[in-house]
Design a protein around this ligand. Structure first.
Ligand SMILES: [Zn+2]
Length: 388
């Protein structure tokens, strides 16, 4: 197999520990410097604390829409995972590159960067935009500041390719993801006097039970989209905390839950149903004992789903770059839904490596997948450049 054009850049990007809890500025400054050396002027959009940044850069003409390549720079933690090699140093073995982020998704970013000088040298007649975000892995949070900026750009990209790992298949959709922190505020009492207290755990349990019923209803009645392994919206509680001792009626119960909705299943209607059960059924019974009790439902993350039409221009275009005619939908949430819903950019997902290898110890991307992605960029260059 020929040497990858992106190989040294993959090594470099993996060497930055950009676990979401850490600043990503070392990586961003490296990319910023690399692009400035090519004569570009990247835009950095920082978080409030100035510890993390999105990077947006335009290659080629700035007065027309063009094609955006999008990726996130953060990676999931390696804590508690049993790695056979240093996760922050690429190890090549058995036709694979091992390292945290090789597949999700620094391999793709490195390939975008490796092709930046190639696009420029061949002369772009259609611009290529690079959009690299932070804090994707903790709920598509970082990209939101970039999205606010993009909303006000006079000329927006005509289409977007999110390079999350799809094994270079063309994905037209993913589910939306909303998560909530719910705090049930009860009233403490001695456990021999339960009617004088408001048991936060038991009211929390009723709320969870109600959500489980909703989940069952979605599974039975839909809506359905058979392109997904799980063809319906799911609702799930992942964390619960409450109580301090058996002989005290607990005053607080904290629940963290999420739902993953089909793009056509309105997430506002789902949370509205949970809200109204809390307000109309549970709280009146809590207030009968004490008016200061209640249930607080706070949205933690919001990533809209994606459902790009199979006959959209972006789909035909990306299929031609990927050299295939079929398409899929993926189960995991990405930033694609945000670009489509908030900025109106038609988007598909296509990138090297498999999500099966993401987030695990010994994460890897095969050299074959990376080579396929380089071929994809080669075809993109043929399409957007003057010279071939
Ligand atoms: Zn990812």
């Amino acid at each position: 197999m020929p040497e990858l054009k992106s190989r040294s850049l993959i090594d470099k990007l993996i060497s930055f520990d950009t676990t979401s809890r850490n600043p990503n500025l070392d990586l961003i400054n490296f990319v910023d410097g690399y692009l400035k050396d090519l004569g570009l002027t990247p835009l950095l959009v920082f978080n409030e604390e100035q510890t993390k940044a999105n990077l947006y850069a335009t290659l080629g003409p700035e007065d027309m829409p063009g094609i955006m390549l999008s990726g996130h720079t953060d990676v999931v933690p390696v804590d508690g995972q049993n790695w056979d090699s240093d996760p922050w140093q690429v190890l090549e073995k058995d036709g694979k590159l091992f390292g945290r982020g090789t597949c999700d998704m620094k391999g793709f970013i490195a390939i975008c960067l490796a092709y930046a000088p190639i696009f420029l040298e061949r002369g772009l007649k259609t611009p290529v935009h690079l959009a690299f975000s932070y804090d994707e892995e903790i709920g598509c949070i970082g990209v939101q500041t970039l999205i606010e900026k993009m909303k006000h750009m006079p000329i927006k990209p005509a289409m977007c390719i999110v390079g999350e790992p799809t094994s270079m298949e063309v994905s037209l959709g993913h589910k939306g993801k909303r998560s909530y922190d719910i705090t049930v505020r009860g009233l403490e009492a001695h456990s021999s006097l339960t009617p004088l207290g408001v048991n936060a755990i038991e009211f929390g349990a009723e709320l969870i039970n109600y959500m489980t019923g909703m989940a069952k209803r979605f599974a039975d009645e839909g809506p359905f989209d058979d392109a997904y392994d799980v063809a319906h919206t799911t609702v799930h509680t992942g964390v619960i905390h409450g109580g301090s001792a058996l002989n005290i009626v607990p005053k607080e119960c904290v629940i963290r839950c999420e739902f993953r909705n089909l793009a056509e299943h309105d997430p506002d209607s789902i949370i509205a149903e949970i809200e109204s059960f809390a307000r109309d059924t549970l709280e009146p019974r809590m207030h009968a004992v004490d008016m200061n009790t209640g249930i607080d439902i706070v949205e933690a993350t919001d990533a809209p789903g994606l459902n790009t039409a199979a006959d959209a221009e972006v789909v035909t275009f990306v299929k031609s770059l990927a050299g295939r005619n079929d398409h899929i939908k993926v189960a995991f949430a990405t930033e694609a839904g945000l670009f489509t819903e908030r900025v109106g950019i038609p988007t598909v997902i296509c990138g090297p490596g498999s999500i099966e290898q993401a987030h695990k110890p010994n994460e890897y991307c095969s050299l074959e997948q990376l080579a396929l992605c380089e071929q994809f960029m080669e075809r993109l260059a043929e399409s957007v450049c003057e010279k071939s």
